[in-house]
Write a protein that binds this ligand. Sequence first.
Ligand code: SF4
Length: 373
Amino acid sequence: MSVSRRKFIQCSCGVGCLYMSGLTGSLLAKLPGQNREQLIEARYYEKLPHRKIRCLLCPRECVIDDLERGYCGVRENRGGTYYSLVYGKPVSMHIDPIEKKPLFHFLPGSEAFSIATVGCNVLCKFCQNWEISQARPEQVPAADEPPEKIARAAQVNRCASIAYTYNEPVIFAEYMYDIAEIANSLSVHSVMITNGYINAKPMRDLCRVLRAVKIDLKAFTERFYRELVAGELKPVLDTLILLKSEGMWTEIVYLVIPGQNDDRKELTDLSRWIMKELGPDTPVHFTRFHPMYRLTNLPSTPIATLQMARNIALDAGIHYVYTGNVPGDPGENTYCPHCRKMLIQRIGYHIVRNEIKNNQCPYCNTKIAGIWQ
Ligand code: SF4
């Protein structure tokens, strides 16, 4: 079967994953497989009396009895030892343009070998990938792919990076770390596409092997996080500050949902917080919501609302502010923050032209923040 590289690599799940390409299928088959029963011990937990454990990976810090699982459903206590049930068990693998993540200031025009397992540590009522994010390992057939096979597949397919994406990679942190460490030795970068709901210690550890992070900042109110995400805002803001302190290249995506997180004051507060805590060079993407999953009662975001959000952020002083999920909108392009000339023109995930040279605007020599080569 002939399949475009961009469309599909290999997977076993039902989320846009329909067949296996000969290219990567044969590539993966050359390397030794993993014993399906082999479980990897989790790296972030503490043992408690009576064979209980406390998971220390994300801010939920679930306390878990023997033979029980945490909230995310992919980590299990067996006799007082905690295990990952998704290590080496991807359910989805694609090659995507890096612009799809979206990361606009990280190797534009390059491709990212993108993988996911099942599971998530929050429950967004607007999740695009709920079939895998809200599933348990028993519910979705998975491949057996040890870290070295993923890293090697990305290299052979000439992907500049591996993206941990589609579901929440926090819940497969050990697998992500091990893949990224091997990939680094093969000169393949790693980028984490995450909700940022993670404790400081594992995030700091991951910073040693990642090159860029995209944070889905879902709103700027605890009310929204409580009612629509089943999570908390504060730990996500803490993660953004931590990433800044670690010097990690970070971009923010804010999905604008009508009537829920599109208030002018909320967007103003958000923009001021970014300016104060992260500075003007953190790109912010305001993306368009479409009704899905448990929020089918709401309309799609009006384009005027996205443009309002973008203007608020630009007025606050943020240098690089984008509109997303609106192909052809001028807000998809990168402009020099000093002379305002267009430097990268995009249509959707496609780069029409890129004029950035030596990390600079060719018109006024202003340095453009990002990782360009
Ligand atoms: S990673 Fe999973 S088990 Fe651990 S604290 Fe978070 S939700 Fe609970």
